[in-house]
Write a protein that binds this ligand. Sequence first.
Ligand SMILES: NC(=O)c1ccc[n+]([C@@H]2O[C@H](COP(=O)([O-])OP(=O)(O)OC[C@H]3O[C@@H](n4cnc5c(N)ncnc54)[C@H](OP(=O)(O)O)[C@@H]3O)[C@@H](O)[C@H]2O)c1
Length: 376
Amino acid sequence: MASLPETMKALVVESPGQPLTLKTVPTPSATPGSCIVKILVVQADDKTPHIIKGIPGYTFPPNFVPAAHAIGRVVATGPDATTLRAGQLVMLEGFIRARDDPNDVQILWGITAGLTPESVQFMADNWAMGCMAEYVRAPLENCYPLDEKRLCGSPADGGLGYALEDLLQLPTQLVAMGGLRAIDVKPGERVIVAPATGAFSGAAVQVAVAMGAEVVAMARNRVLLDKVQGMFPAGRVHVVPITGDVEADTAALKQWGPVDAYIDLSPPAASESTHIRSCFPALKKYGRACLMSIISHDVAVPYTLLTWNSLTIKGQFMYERDDARLLIKMAETGVLKLGKEGGNEVVGRFKLEEVEEAFAVATKNPEVGKLVVIEP
Ligand SMILES: NC(=O)c1ccc[n+]([C@@H]2O[C@H](COP(=O)([O-])OP(=O)(O)OC[C@H]3O[C@@H](n4cnc5c(N)ncnc54)[C@H](OP(=O)(O)O)[C@@H]3O)[C@@H](O)[C@H]2O)c1
């Protein structure tokens, strides 16, 4: 195993409200349960500048390094790694669960420690440093091997010809995968995705199509909806603009036939949107709904309709490890299209030194498939 440099560059925030500063810090070393990954590409997310400033409900420890959506190469492993080896290309994702209390101590690495004293302590003691750095110490569980030859090899050699940055859409799609699998979406089913044009909700359209579903995509902005529809072969995605007329929108959602499932990834701003009231009545008898939003107040549901139609509502936070493995297999087989073929576009490439420019471009491009990439 090649020896690592003693120090590395990392973007560090000392505490909420302080600037994100490029610092030279000690390169981490591999400990039991972890490995060291050289970051090749990491996503600059439009929400990170707000998190760094301090958003109620989001906490992070001192000397925090943001971001967890990254593609990297393993350079060192802890003694208990059994399959990960130096040289392996991996996808990194940020849902870390404490090994001895996985249901109650959970953090979003590079985003927030959550609100319980246990999760705040867990992040501070172990995972304060995320992926906006040259190297990261990552939990073994959050590193997923990628078949580099298949994904990035040339088509002449049986590869899919993706650039590393194309693989950065996978961690966002993984959130959608968690929701779609939580309600057991199957090939051939008709699924409402609402809204459908944000980074995560648009990813739900991409993953649902790859799973073999027919998607009814709903949002307010018709131009963006048409763009989403244009990413896919004819007939795979229908669009319904939100008009605010609940009954008319329900009828529009049902115009292609019975709807089996509905996944909701609304932003907090959409909590008063009429789309939620339109989507439940659009579901067929025994239909399933997955609610994935982080909305600060309660949203009414049509109680009697749920009863009459034997509907199932499932809440879903993040995903399971099997969801990640299956998503990667879908990309490797080619059913889940990445890169331009999947409707994605890299709209900026930056170095760690240029992070503010990277955030500025990300803020102007918050919608589905737009990636801003930092190459440390
Ligand atoms: N459960 C989980 O594990 C998990 C993980 C990640 C994210 N999330 C949730 O996913 C949400 C969505 O994230 P995102 O990145 O996809 O999108 P986003 O950028 O937060 O929101 C953009 C989407 O919401 C729609 N929208 C915005 N304001 C609206 C309003 N007032 N009424 C109706 N629609 C509105 C937009 O379409 P139009 O403007 O065209 O309507 C667009 O489709 C997050 O806010 C978070 O709550 C959940």
